[in-house]
Design a protein around this ligand. Structure first.
Ligand code: HGY
Ligand code: MN
Ligand code: MN
Length: 426
């Protein structure tokens, strides 16, 4: 007969959460405003030892896998049973904030520590994971660690190079990791009973609606685009306007085409310009080469496919009028991933049981959870972001909100612990 767990006793310690948030924030590159702790950077390397030490302090047994994921284990009554898993990432974008991903790792550690401190023994192990390298990086491959755990880190990923021509595989080796082993260190679906990630919303929905807890409905798919424009150089003073094939002007028109495509989406859907470059970059010469990077995101795969077609059609038609050749390269970073209904229900029940209002929200941001969904039923708990800001120094979530989110995470994990795993894991 399982004893009923008093969920109020699992309330996190805000002071300890706050201390850890501040200590982790200290690992950053002072060269940049805000917080920069990019994957493979020295501040990131130093922070990995600190994170592992916090897991140890919380009473977790820790290992680091070949992909650099730090995995803390709180033993359950039956170590052979599929585990409950939580976690997130502690790498940041350049000039980022102090909460994106970090809240999920420190919140997970706090939940495990409260379970241990209250002598609350779950039926199954609880694993808290700090996934390596979640953010988009110069190698063009996000979620390095969680792709490895999900068994989808592929040999061609290790061949991707950064701006200096360094291979991802070499960068991982220099960081002390084992990239070849990371290709075959995926977990099995029967290893995971459920995965729940705590994360800041990184958008305005919860703050605007006045809800402290978000039950994530789906994680957006991300498609990235590189457009190459090829026109004709010429003298900027003597070439009549109607005779020009100016690649940069076609690229400029494409900027507005992409933005227009992201406006008015019937469901969550957005389009963002990344950057534009051109050559020759000299006054007096008409531009003959230009490149444009852009990204579209949506929780609706049909909108993504239709928007890709719309963008390609409009840019190609405009370029043709100008006599500019155009080439498109799409790269799908990840497909949209719905969260599991059972986990959504248990999160909502947990929040309600703790007297907390909640709202179902989509995630426009990508997460490690999208890949963990391949291993077991996946869900996410969001907490509000001040001003909806993220990936910037102004990123802010109040410690009280984080503590409430961690409390809901604890109650959700307890709720899932006692439930049978659903027949279908997605
Ligand atoms: O880019 C993203 O959506 C995530 O923050 N890595
Ligand atoms: Mn994140
Ligand atoms: Mn991020």
């Amino acid at each position: 007969m399982t004893t009923r767990i008093d969920l109020n006793r699992l309330a996190p310690e805000p002071g300890r959460l706050s201390r850890r948030l501040d200590e982790l924030a200290a690992f950053h590159d002072p060269e940049h405003p805000g917080w920069s702790r990019e994957v493979f950077s020295e501040p990131y390397r130093a922070s990995r030892a600190w994170v592992r030490a916090q897991m140890t302090e919380a009473g977790l047994e820790t290992v680091v896998d070949p992909a650099g994921n730090i995995i803390g284990r709180l033993p359950g009554k039956d170590p052979s049973a599929p585990a409950l898993v939580t976690g997130s990432h502690t790498d940041t974008v350049r000039q980022g904030g102090r909460f994106d991903g970090i809240v999920g790792v420190l919140g997970g550690i706090e939940v495990a520590q409260r379970l241990r401190e209250t002598g609350t023994r779950l039926e199954r192990d609880l694993l808290v994971v700090d996934f390596l390298g979640e953010e988009a990086n110069e190698f063009g491959i996000s979620c390095i660690g969680s792709r490895s755990i999900a068994g989808i880190l592929a040999p061609e990923h290790l061949e991707r190079t950064d701006g200096t021509g360094t291979r991802l595989g070499d960068a991982m080796e220099r960081f002390g990791l084992a990239p070849q082993a990371a290709l075959s260190s995926g977990w099995r679906t029967k290893d995971v009973h459920a995965y729940v990630e705590l994360h800041v919303e990184q958008g305005p929905l919860l703050e605007r609606s006045g809800h402290g807890i978000g039950v994530v409905s789906a994680i957006a798919g991300i498609d990235r685009l590189l457009v190459h424009f090829a026109g004709q150089t010429g003298h900027s003073g003597t070439t009549p306007m109607e005779d020009r094939h100016d690649a940069l002007v076609s690229a400029a028109a494409a900027v507005l085409t992409v933005e227009r495509a992201g406006c008015g989406a019937p469901v969550h859907g957005v389009a963002t310009l990344g950057s534009i470059d051109s050559s020759p970059r000299s006054m007096g010469v008409i531009t003959d080469q230009a490149r444009l990077w852009a990204e579209i995101r949506s929780i609706d795969g049909n909108w993504l496919r239709a928007t890709q077609k719309q963008i390609v059609g409009e840019i190609a038609a405009e370029a043709q009028q100008r006599g500019v050749d155009v080439d498109f390269e799409w790269l799908t970073d990840q497909d949209p991933v719905p969260t599991h209904e059972l986990v959504q229900d248990v999160i909502a029940e947990a929040a309600g049981g703790l007297g907390l209002g909640w709202k179902a929200v989509p995630s426009g941001a990508g997460h490690d959870a999208a890949h963990l969904a391949r291993l077991g039923p996946m869900g996410m708990v969001f907490v509000p972001s001040a001003g909806g800001r993220s990936h910037c120094p102004e990123e802010l979530t109040e410690v009280a909100d984080i503590a409430r989110g961690a409390h809901v995470l604890a109650a959700t994990l307890v709720g899932l612990d006692g439930r049978e795993q659903p027949a279908s894991i997605q």
